[in-house]
Design a protein around this ligand. Sequence first.
Ligand SMILES: NC(=O)c1ccc[n+]([C@@H]2O[C@H](COP(=O)([O-])OP(=O)(O)OC[C@H]3O[C@@H](n4cnc5c(N)ncnc54)[C@H](OP(=O)(O)O)[C@@H]3O)[C@@H](O)[C@H]2O)c1
Length: 296
Amino acid sequence: MSTPTRPETVLITGASSGIGRATALELAGRGAQLVLVARGRESLEDAATEARAAGAGAVIVCPADVKDEEAVRVAVDAAVQRFGRLDAVVHAAQVMAYGTIEEVPREIFETVVETAVHGTATVARVVLPLFRKQGAGHLLVVNSLLGSVATPLMGSYVAAKWGQLGLVRTLQMEVRDAPGVEVSAVQPGGVDTPIYFQAASWTGSTGRPPPPVYSPQRVARIVLSTLDRPRRMVQAGLFNPVITAGFRLLPGVYDFLVGPLLQRMAVANDEVPPTEGNVFESQQSGNATEGRWRSI
Ligand SMILES: NC(=O)c1ccc[n+]([C@@H]2O[C@H](COP(=O)([O-])OP(=O)(O)OC[C@H]3O[C@@H](n4cnc5c(N)ncnc54)[C@H](OP(=O)(O)O)[C@@H]3O)[C@@H](O)[C@H]2O)c1
């Protein structure tokens, strides 16, 4: 989407919180027309109000669960009906769960994986035919460092993000016959968003973003630069390349260090009873742009 001559139109999933909401606000700042998608309407409306104040050309709110193909189709149709076309989709909707694979209930595990894997496939199935018809369009998926490495206590999220990245790489090959159609992934490391206290947990503690903790605004700026200059995969975490190299090249050292480091740097060490968090249903009061951790 380089130097658009008309306002760009972007649909964002997960637009009511964290990276999705920050991306909506960054895009609003350059006058974009926005379609905001998440499950809960009220927090989407709050995000829409902020986006209008930040300069968005127009904003529409379309509550939809990304696991529901019909609902995603309604949102995309609404975008086309209102704005005539859709230039890009930023897909950031996700839920998370903490606990060993033995501890986390099956339905929680499966919903975390389904949100990432089936959600991404659903979004792709709906938007790529439109992009092909337009002869242009960009699907940008917000993946994770945990799409390339593993960690204990986050098995469902690791499976979700590895599966999602596999899909993204497949999609990138499948759109090679469609000039003008792009599929990108951004892989953040730790980001200060509400996802950590919205997550399901069976560990007795809340999770926290591992350092270096980026602000959602910083990741949003990386998302915008990727929209402007599509690339297969873009890192949004200073240490991501080192951590990924360690995971691949020194698995014994990685496995020895990852558990203690996770306990020290990625667990809040508070006390919480087992919780389903927002895995099955939106917890709108917890949705916001920022979390509660220090970020850079
Ligand atoms: N925060 C981090 O440290 C971090 C690190 C690496 C990668 N990421 C990735 O960044 C992306 C955004 O995460 P975030 O940290 O910004 O999370 P967040 O603040 O919890 O926001 C998640 C958003 O997704 C929506 N959502 C959840 N399930 C949905 C569903 N089934 N259908 C539609 N919308 C749904 C939520 O709203 P409702 O609940 O109302 O639906 C919310 O708007 C995710 O892909 C995440 O994996 C985050």
